[in-house]
Design a protein. Sequence first.
Length: 355
Amino acid sequence: MKRTFFILTLIISTHQSLLAQDLEFFEPKTTVGAYGELHYNNEKVGNAPTKSIWDFHRFVLFFGYSWTEKWSFKSEVELEHNFVKNGQGELELEQAYVNYHYSDMFGFNVGIILPSVGLLNEFHEPPLFFGTERPVYHNLIIPTTWFGSGASIYGNYFGFDYRLTLFESLNSDKLSLAEGIRPARMKGYKPDASGFLYSIKLDYLNIPGLKVGNSFSFNNAKGDSTKIDITIYEFHTKYEANNITAVFEFGNINYSTGELKTSRGYYFDLGYNVAALFNVNTKIIPFVRYSDINTAAKTVSGGDSERLYHFSEWMIGLNVKPLEQVVFKLDYSERTRKLDDRKSKFINFGMGYMF
């Protein structure tokens, strides 16, 4: 009995010693990163004169600090359009939160966060998507980047990624037929805290190269003069393996009261890394995209009000990645408005990076 007790004591002491060594070996560390993108945009809408501009669209700095293996801080500051003056350009605190990562199955964060809605809202660095500009779906349906005050619980369980988010409310006074929920975001600037947006996301990741999932969000949005219940459902899938990249996203937003009743849209991307055929390390990925977007898919008035903001768009383009973190982009697209078949043509060139 004494021998058994001695062995157990030795095992416990050894285990405690190893834990102490692990803690002793961990050193708090600071991490710094960034991403950015320069765009050339050439645009002709209907019969209007062609417009061409250069735009350093985004310059973003990441800063993080790890106190322990479980406790950390993460932040992201963004400057848009290179300069802020007279309402032009933006300087934003896009993320700033304390994160606790207990294990792969459970963690949480609190602060300025990004809700897990769609493929790009959380992971939107330029090398991660096709096209010089982010897909128009992620402008008018899912308003990437959507950030604000909130908290979330997340984890992975048997190949299922989950995230539950409690987030700041939308401002229902600012909902728009032309832009849906985009102008209703509060961006963490003194948002009304009498109500919240509730969101749940579930992704399946157990098939190599494939992510498939969806999210559902609800918000009893309020403004100075309106109260509107908003429900957001979106489905997303991405396959990236064997030199093939295929993406599909669909989103539907319903509004309980007011002129606007439904916003809806989807897009599909398909690309192939042709450099693999010639054993070249630089990735050369031609791609095609088709989008259908309607921020006023259903209105109280009906008729032309449901066709004015409905358009389809096809795009052909090229992404060239000499490194996984550096990309050069070229694309051409044509957009057709359903109301009157007005056509808009776009030629874009871009450079992007991340580290």
